[in-house]
Design a protein around this ligand. Structure first.
Ligand code: C5P
Length: 223
């Protein structure tokens, strides 16, 4: 069986960076499941369909035409939706919100389930999302739930945006983030919550290096 590490948690807790670093340290594959939901939202917008349209969006999720292209020196991945690079569009707050609306439709989640499980191939997988440990990989070798205070998460998201040359008010970011988290936690299917056997790690007062080290240590213990 391919070893799997799942890292779930709300937006802005640092999952993306932590998962990337752990995948690189272990030489494992990485599944950014949020990107799949973002792509579904984008595909809906392209068709002029609202992302929470339960009649139309599941078919779009099923037919999602996406490719991840790794550049020659393996330092950058380009995401292609129907052949077009969409990475910039994918990272906007609007795409996050559209993803969260599409992700609340049970048939959309169903349509993406096998596609996500197919990422679990040797030598191992780091899976980043909201329901990786609860639904997609319930048999994972190690499950982490990364959390941080809403204030700290908004601050981290603001920094991330600044690095991309974008600015946003902390207050607005926090409100948007809380709204999205509320929708993710309260939805009827695959709500955001720690798996019963997850290690809940509050990263409010920890930096990325410390979080990565803690997880790597635990991962090496269980393998
Ligand atoms: O992690 P990211 O911000 O890219 O996720 C965007 C949205 O996709 C989340 O707010 C959530 O609604 C949805 N999502 C999900 N299940 C996952 C990953 C993401 O419902 N496993």
């Amino acid at each position: 069986m391919t070893p799997v590490l799942t890292i779930d948690g709300p937006g802005g807790a640092g999952k993306g960076t932590v998962c990337m670093r752990i995948a690189a340290a272990m030489g494992w594959h990485l599944l950014d499941s949020g990107a799949l939901y973002r792509l579904v939202g984008l595909a809906a917008r392209r068709q002029g369909v609202e992302p929470d349209d339960a009649a139309a969006v599941p078919d779009l999720a099923q037919a999602l035409d996406v490719r991840f292209e790794i550049d020659r020196d393996a330092t950058r991945v380009t995401t292609l939706l129907e052949g077009d690079p969409v990475d910039e569009e994918l990272r906007t707050e609007q795409a996050g919100n559209d993803a969260s609306r599409a992700a609340a439709i049970p048939a959309v989640r169903e349509a993406l389930l096998q596609r996500q499980r197919d990422f679990a191939v040797p030598p191992g997988l780091v899976a980043d999302g909201r329901d990786m440990g609860t639904i997609v990989f319930p048999e994972a070798d190690l499950k982490i739930f990364l959390d941080a205070s809403a204030e700290e998460r908004a601050r981290r998201r603001q920094l991330q945006l600044l690095e991309q040359g974008l600015s946003a008010s902390l207050e607005e970011l926090r409100e948007e983030m809380e709204e999205r988290d509320r929708r993710d936690r309260e939805r009827s299917v695959a709500p955001l919550k720690p798996a019963e056997d997850a290690w809940v790690l509050d990263t409010t007062d920890l930096d990325i290096v410390a979080v990565v080290d803690l997880i790597l240590e635990r991962l090496r213990d269980v393998l």
